[in-house]
Design a protein around this ligand. Structure first.
Ligand code: 13P
Ligand code: SF4
Length: 302
């Protein structure tokens, strides 16, 4: 039996659903029941019938699934797969901002620890942040931890006053502007599609800015046949699956999230087999962060 066949068998035996982010290895995306961006996967995780969820992504994704479905068993193929940006803000910074500003909403990117979510008013993802910030009644917005996503949102919601934090995604922040410009020169007809986590200099070169699923949808609908993709290269699998005749180019220093790549088929099989690597979230932190995540779902659906 191949690893994939073993996994398919174990999913049924263990009553488990496998969720995978677009950044994980193609062979995992192939065997997953649901593939998507972080907002889509958090919606799916909140409403599954299966008793067990195996989340192939990074810690904040598995934790969000556990927070939204506390009665389910949430497993991850590798519990050390973590997002460095999730740890780039802290509760003290939130307390300080709350003291300093009246009429403040603390808006927390889902790429954050459970503790940060627990101290925040609402969570957002890159696919709903603009709509959610617009829908908030508050004048002042403290946006944590990602400075790049915060600036992308602030530009589209000029009526609000933003307090920025200093966090960033190393994979997107360090993407080379020079390499993106070189791609533009080599492929002048290609459209540049970038994730809002990219630096301001890369965002300025983009024809479209959006979440991973936004990028995939844009490329699928566009009349262009060539695209320069400025996000983690794992999206290539879905981009090509949906658009076999289109061409996708990536910066020469391939943007790769090593934490996402810690998920492997063998680890997924072992996790299902042993029902190990269970995600744990503290009761109180879980209860409070659930409010921020549910508020996101409520406002995003409104
Ligand atoms: P998406 O919400 O676009 O899937 O992004 C998640 C992420 O980690 C980006 O680096
Ligand atoms: Fe975190 Fe960046 Fe990896 Fe996304 S790509 S999980 S933001 S380190």
């Amino acid at each position: 039996m191949t690893l994939t066949e073993e996994i398919e068998k174990l999913k049924t035996e263990k009553d488990a659903a496998v969720l995978a982010h677009y950044y994980v290895e193609p062979e995992i995306q192939e065997v997953a029941d649901y593939i998507g961006d972080s907002f889509y996967l958090s919606k799916i995780a909140a409403g599954l019938e299966q008793r067990t969820i195996v989340f192939c992504g990074v810690s904040f994704m598995g934790e969000s699934a556990k927070i939204l479905s506390p009665d389910k068993r949430v497993l991850m193929p590798d519990l050390t797969a973590d997002c460095p940006m999730a740890h780039m803000a802290d509760a003290e910074a939130i307390a300080k901002a709350r003291e300093e500003y009246e009429d403040l909403a603390v808006v927390c990117y889902i790429n954050s620890t459970t503790e940060l979510k627990a101290h925040s008013d609402v969570c957002v993802t890159s696919s709903n942040a603009v709509d959610i910030v617009k829908a908030l009644p508050n004048k002042n917005i403290f946006f944590i931890p990602d400075k790049n996503l915060a600036h992308f949102v602030a530009k589209q919601v000029p009526e609000k006053h933003f307090v920025f934090h200093s966090g960033y995604c190393p994979v997107h922040e360090h993407m080379s502007v020079k390499e993106v410009k070189a791609l533009k020169e080599a492929h002048p007809d290609a459209e540049v599609l970038a994730h809002p986590e990219c630096s301001g200099a890369v965002r300025e070169l983009a024809d479209y800015l959006g979440s991973t699923s936004g990028i995939i949808q844009y490329a699928s609908k566009s009349e262009a046949s060539e695209f320069i993709i400025c996000t983690e290269a794992g999206v290539d699998f879905e981009l090509k699956r949906k658009n076999p005749k289109k061409r996708f180019y990536y910066p020469k220093t391939l943007p790769v999230c090593l934490d996402m790549k810690k998920n492997t088929l063998a680890k997924l099989r072992d996790t299902l087999l042993e029902s190990g690597n269970e995600v744990q979230v503290g009761d109180e932190a879980g209860r409070l962060s659930k409010l921020s995540l549910e508020k996101m779902h409520e406002l995003a659906g409104a």
